[in-house]
Design a protein around this ligand. Structure first.
Ligand code: SF4
Length: 307
């Protein structure tokens, strides 16, 4: 049984469906990347799984189990948030209170979410967390204020606080966006190590295909709120069968490609009937006016041949 078993997530506002039909199983020690261009519904899906959707946006699902606990409502999610499922904020700097020392930030989670009442235990745990995320001198770091840390250090501090209540499932959203190449490599290695060492199930939201390839076991490619293709990352990236996946991979700058995919994701009120990729797809036919079912991990009436 997976740590997260999700069936048919739908996220919507009062007049538009943002995401529909998102299903996956995520197991301990594994990393699942959700990739796609901006506006594809990645972030809002992660927020829905943590019960953190903004006002006016709501989620429902056919079935959801997290760490063996059936989840029916957003209130159920709130009860699990932090202790069982935790989300690392996208913007580490914004997540830190500029007047709070790093040690106090972590202590707050240890005391109020993890329920550690003993100050001595909190100190020991806090230093161990700071070491775990790569600080060689936790004694010094815990005394610092956020403005005394570099961007990469702030991100590690936020990660330590996120892990403080020992969650089984961790959601991270574009964690490498603001980092230079060397830091990016370090952060990705850290996530991979954490998934292995702690047995975390890690949901990794990114538009960065190279980052997904560096750490993920499985991948879901989303387009305009729907799953285009899903499966083992080596299989999907090695031999993409959905034209959108193929287009994304063909436009990878890190592979020396400079050919951006033509067109852009349709706006919410402008989504075509049937397959939403039609206006950008060279393989489109009249059949594509019907929404393609997700069959064997591919939602396409005319998938590319397996290579
Ligand atoms: S269903 Fe049709 S339009 Fe959509 S990706 Fe497949 S071939 Fe292209």
């Amino acid at each position: 049984m997976g740590l997260v078993e999700l069936e048919a997530l739908e996220v919507r506002t009062s007049d538009a469906v943002l995401v529909e039909g998102l299903s996956f199983t995520l197991e301990a020690h594994r990393i699942l990347a959700v990739v796609g261009e901006s506006g594809s519904g990645k972030t809002v899906s992660a927020l829905a799984l943590c019960g953190l959707l903004p006002p006016g946006v709501a989620a429902r699902w056919r079935a959801l189990t997290i760490a063996g606990t059936p989840v029916a409502t957003s209130a159920d999610l709130a009860a699990l948030r932090g202790r069982v499922i935790a989300a690392m904020p996208q913007d580490a700097s914004a997540a830190l209170d500029p007047l709070m020392r790093i040690g106090a930030l972590i202590d707050e989670v240890l005391e109020h979410v993890a329920g550690l009442e003993s100050a001595a235990e909190r100190t020991s745990r806090r230093r161990s967390l700071l070491s775990e995320v790569g600080f060689s001198e936790p004694f010094a770091v815990e005394r610092l204020f956020p403005h005394q840390l570099s961007g990469g250090m702030r991100q590690r501090a936020v990660l330590a606080a996120t892990l403080a209540a020992n969650p089984s499932v961790l959601l991270v959203d574009e964690p490498t966006t603001a980092l230079d190449a060397a830091l990016r490599t370090n952060v990705l290695a850290l996530f991979k190590e954490l998934a292995q060492r702690r047995g975390l199930a890690l949901l990794f939201i990114t538009h960065d295909l190279a980052a997904a390839e560096a750490i993920a076991d499985d991948v879901i490619v989303v387009y305009a709120g729907r799953v285009a293709e899903a499966g083992a990352l080596t299989k999907v990236f090695g031999a993409p069968r959905h034209p959108y996946t193929a287009g994304l991979l063909a436009a990878r700058l890190d592979r020396g490609n400079s050919r951006a995919m033509a067109g852009s994701i349709p706006a919410l009120g402008d989504r075509p009937v049937g397959c939403r990729f039609q206006p950008r797809c060279a393989r489109a036919s009249p059949a594509c006016a019907q929404q393609p079912p997700l069959t064997v991990g591919i939602a396409c009436h005319h998938p590319l041949e397996p290579s």
